[in-house]
Design a protein. Structure first.
Lengths: 229, 226
C-alpha cells in the first residue's frame, strides 16, 4: 500500500478509535453498574485492562517484526517495529499510571511487588533500552540491528520474568474473563470491557499506521537528501 | 565438530592468557567485590537487622555489579587497533567467537563469585549451610546466565556511542529471574533449609542459563556483522 493510503487508513482508524474512546468514557461513568466492594474506583478498570492488553499486543508485534527484520532485512519491518514499540510504550505508560491510582484505593498502596506490576515495569524498561540503543549508534543500520536484538532477547526473557515474579506471590486480582469456566464478570461490565478492548486496539492500529506512514516519509526524505548531497 | 570445539578453545585460551598476563579485569572485579562488602558492612545497622539475614541478596548484588565491571570490558581490547576485525575475519564462526568469549567470562565471574562468598563468610560470618556444593552450583548457573547475556550486550553497548553506560540499562531488566531464583536459593541454603526446597530454583537457573547461551550464540552474528 502506498504511503498516502496507509495514512488515510491510519487517520480513519484513529478517528474511529477516539470516537470510541468518548463512548467508553461515557459508558464507564454513566452506564455500567458500580462494583459493590470497590465503588466508583473500579471504573478505572475499563481503561487499565485495555491499555495493558494493547501494550502487550504492541510489544509482541514489535518483537515479531524485529525478528523478521533480522531475517529478511526489509526496512519496512524495522519501521513497523519502531512504531509498534512506541505505541507499546504509550499504552504501557497508561497502564503503569492508572494501576497505582487504582491500587491506592483498592489495596491501600500505590505500588507493590506484585507479578503483573513488576512484569510491566520491566517490559517498559526493556523497550526503553530498545530506544536508547537505536538513538546512540552513529550508523543507523547498526542501530536497527542492535534494537532488534534487544527486542528479541526481551521477548524470550519474558516467560522467565513472568514465572519468577509469580513465584513471589500476589495481591493483584485474578483473571475475570479468560479462564476455563468462562467469564465471571457481570454482563454489563463484560460488555463495556470488551467494547473498551476493541476501541483501544482500533486506536492503537490507527496510531500505528499514522506513525508508520510518517516513518516512511522520513526515510524517503533522508534518501532524497542523501541523493542531493 | 572437533574443529568447532578447537576454535572455541583457542578463543577461551587467548582471553584467559591475556587476563593472566594483564590481570586487569580480575583485579578490578576482585577489588570491587571486597570493597563493596566493606561498604555493605558499614551500610547495615547491626542493631536493626542481622547482616546474615540480608547477606544472600548482597552476595548476588555484588556479583551482578562486579560482573558488570568485567563483562562490560569484554570487547575493550578488541576495540583497539582493529583487533575485532581480525577476530571476526578469522575462520571461526561468529557463534564460536561468542561461546569462547562467554566461557572465558564465565571463568572470571565464577572465580569472583567464589571470592564474594568467601569475603561474606569472613566479614559477615555467614554460614554456607549443610550443602555447600549446591550453593556453588547455584552461583555457577547464575554466573553462566549472567555472562551469556552480558557478553551479547557488551558487544551491543560497545558498538554504541554511550558505551558501557548502556550495559546495565539493557541487562538489568533481563536479569530479574536470575536474581529472584539465585538469591532465593542462596538464602534458603544458608538458612540450612533442605536441598529439596531449592530444586525448582536450580532448575529455573539452569533453564535461564541455557536460554541465555543459546540466544546469545544465535544473535551474536547480527550484532557484530559489518
Amino acid at each position: 500500500m502506498a504511503t498516502a493510503g496507509i495514512r488515510r487508513a491510519g487517520l480513519a482508524l484513529t478517528i474511529l478509535g477516539l470516537a470510541g474512546l468518548v463512548l467508553v468514557y461515557w459508558l464507564s461513568f454513566f452506564w455500567v453498574s458500580t462494583e459493590m466492594t470497590q465503588g466508583v474506583a473500579q471504573r478505572i478498570f475499563y481503561v487499565h485492562v485495555p491499555a495493558a492488553w494493547t501494550s502487550f499486543l504492541a510489544f509482541g508485534l514489535a518483537a515479531l517484526t524485529s525478528g523478521m527484520y533480522l531475517w529478511l532485512r526489509d526496512d519496512r519491518l524495522d519501521r513497523a517495529a519502531v512504531c509498534a514499540a512506541e505505541g507499546g510504550m504509550v499504552f504501557a505508560t497508561i497502564m503503569l499510571t492508572t494501576g497505582p491510582l487504582w491500587g491506592k484505593i483498592a489495596w491501600g498502596t500505590f505500588w507493590t511487588w506484585e507479578p503483573r506490576l513488576t512484569f510491566t515495569l520491566l517490559m517498559w524498561f526493556i523497550f526503553l533500552g530498545y530506544f536508547m540503543v537505536r538513538s546512540s549508534t552513529e550508523d543507523p543500520e547498526k542501530g536497527k540491528r542492535f534494537a532488534a536484538v534487544v527486542a528479541i532477547v526481551g521477548a524470550l526473557d519474558i516467560p522467565f520474568i513472568h514465572l519468577s515474579v509469580v513465584w513471589f506471590r500476589s495481591l493483584h486480582p485474578q483473571p475475570v474473563v479468560l479462564k476455563p469456566e468462562g467469564p465471571t464478570l457481570p454482563g454489563d461490565m463484560l460488555t463495556l470491557l470488551l467494547t473498551s478492548l476493541t476501541v483501544f486496539t482500533v486506536l492503537f492500529f490507527g496510531l500505528f499506521l499514522l506513525r508508520y506512514a510518517l516513518e516512511g516519509l522520513r526515510s524517503r526524505v533522508e534518501l532524497s537528501a542523501r541523493a542531493t548531497v | 565438530m572437533s574443529l568447532y570445539l578447537d576454535q572455541i578453545r583457542v578463543i577461551v585460551w587467548k582471553d584467559l592468557l591475556l587476563e593472566l598476563r594483564t590481570r586487569e579485569r580480575i583485579a578490578a572485579m576482585g577489588a570491587f567485590a571486597v570493597l563493596a562488602a566493606v561498604l555493605f558492612a558499614f551500610a547495615i545497622d547491626t542493631s536493626v537487622v542481622r547482616p546474615q539475614d540480608v547477606a544472600a541478596g548482597l552476595i548476588w548484588m555484588t556479583m551482578v555489579f562486579g560482573g558488570l565491571l568485567g563483562v562490560g570490558r569484554t570487547f575493550h581490547l578488541e576495540a583497539q587497533d582493529g583487533a575485532m576485525l581480525g577476530l571476526l575475519t578469522s575462520p571461526a564462526p561468529k557463534d564460536a567467537v561468542f561461546l569462547g568469549k562467554t566461557i572465558a567470562n564465565f571463568a572470571l565471574l565464577f572465580m569472583i563469585s567464589l571470592l564474594v562468598l568467601g569475603v561474606f563468610m569472613l566479614f559477615f560470618s555467614v554460614e554456607l549451610g549443610p550443602s555447600p556444593l549446591v550453593l556453588v552450583l547455584v552461583l555457577a548457573l547464575g554466573a553462566l546466565g549472567f555472562v551469556a547475556l552480558g557478553t551479547l550486550f557488551a558487544a551491543v553497548s560497545s558498538g554504541t556511542t554511550m558505551g558501557e553506560t548502556l550495559l546495565p540499562i539493557l541487562i538489568f531488566p533481563l536479569l530479574l529471574p536470575m536474581v529472584i531464583y539465585g538469591a532465593g536459593a542462596t538464602s534458603r541454603l544458608m538458612a540450612a533449609r533442605p536441598v529439596a526446597e531449592v530444586e525448582g530454583n536450580v532448575r529455573m537457573l539452569g533453564a535461564f542459563a541455557v536460554m541465555a547461551v543459546a540466544v546469545g550464540a544465535m544473535l551474536f552474528r547480527f550484532v557484530v556483522e559489518d
